[in-house]
Design a protein around this ligand. Structure first.
Ligand code: UDP
Ligand code: MG
Length: 321
């Protein structure tokens, strides 16, 4: 079928230098395409002139353009959600603004969906990570752990660089959680995903917004969002230690009654108390993490607040609620 509409969701945080380049790449890649394109930029509370650069694009006529301007920085997850909510295309892609993911690579994704009806979604994955050894082995371990704990499939190296059919986007948006971990959501909703290999480019300008500490926080939030296994840790270690102490009790009684050996005292006692105290606090901490999440969800605050939504001619104005 011809004249399908493709929506691109582009989360932007401090990307003033990359926006014009990104747009140029889109012109190069899509202006002769048989498809109609819609670009949805989300300005995620940038501290630089990203919004100014974006507003310049409103005058352009080649593509339908929409800009969602957040009231502050809400994070990439919120940006992706806001973008997806505003799409009207038959196919919807998520792509970074920093040109690490080349806009022209959307075309092979579209072809894949056009030619293979059995696929609902296309995802690029990194065969070889361009990051350093520490980060890439950390990420690999994370995928193994979370896969074990959550019982959903996480493909190592799979990026957020994806193209969905409309009904997949609707499924993503139907998950109401506020604390969003998209990698988990994409996998949890199911559907048939085609994985294509790609090699990310170097960042065109600026630097990555995800530090090592940020990645650890992100990884933990993923595990907490998609698994309740840590909660069971307390149960299992409680059981184990009850069993051990019972065995030890019997040993002590036998020693006392039969061999009349005095009960060994202080050191064992202190060690046991500290160990058990530590375990209890650890268990409480895990429960606390889940309660904090329940608390944030129950508050039911919006995922993002948009200061303004701008669009050029050709874009549909209203936002679906
Ligand atoms: N981004 C965002 N909000 C944030 C952090 C990042 O919208 O709080 C955007 C950023 O502008 C970029 C994309 O998310 O388009 C990926 O971010 P980045 O390049 O920093 O991450 P990396 O590629 O290093 O994983
Ligand atoms: Mg990047």
């Amino acid at each position: 079928m011809h004249n399908r509409k493709i929506s691109l969701v582009i989360p932007c945080y401090n990307e003033e230098k990359n926006i014009p380049l990104f747009y140029k790449e889109c012109m190069k890649a899509y202006s002769n395409s048989k498809y109609q394109f819609e670009l949805i930029f989300v300005n995620d509370g940038s501290k630089d002139n990203t919004i100014k650069e974006l507003k310049k694009l409103i005058k352009e006529k080649t593509f339908a353009i929409k800009i969602i301007n957040f009231s502050r920085n809400f994070g990439k997850e919120a940006g992706m959600y806001a973008g997806l909510k505003n799409t009207t295309g038959d196919y919807v892609a998520i792509i970074d603004a920093d040109l690490q993911q080349k806009p022209e690579l959307i075309l092979p994704m579209i072809e894949t969906l056009e030619e293979n009806e059995e696929y609902d979604c296309v995802c690029y994955y990194q065969e070889k990570r361009i990051e350093g050894n520490v980060i890439s082995s950390f990420k690999k371990t994370f995928y193994k752990v979370i896969e074990k704990l959550s019982e959903i499939e996480f493909v190592n190296g799979a990026s957020d660089f994806r193209l969905f059919r409309r009904y997949v986007v609707d499924a993503i948006l139907s998950l109401p959680e506020k604390n969003r971990f998209s990698k988990g959501i994409f996998s949890w909703i199911g559907f048939n995903t085609c994985y294509l290999p790609y090699i990310p480019e170097e960042r065109a300008n600026g630097k990555s917004n995800f530090s090592f500490k940020g990645l650890i926080k992100y990884a933990l939030s993923g595990i907490l969002s998609f698994s309740v296994a840590p909660l069971r840790l307390a149960t299992y270690s409680g059981l184990l230690f009850s069993l051990l102490s019972f065995i030890y009790l019997i040993i002590v009684i036998i020693q006392k009654l039969i061999f009349t050996i005095d009960v060994p005292g202080y050191a064992t006692l202190i060690a046991c108390i500290l160990l058990i105290g530590g375990l209890i606090l650890f268990g409480l901490g895990i429960i606390g993490e889940y309660i904090a999440r329940i608390y944030m969800e129950v508050k039911d605050r919006p995922i993002y607040i948009a200061k303004e939504i701008l669009s050029n001619k050709g874009a549909t104005k209203d936002e679906k609620k």
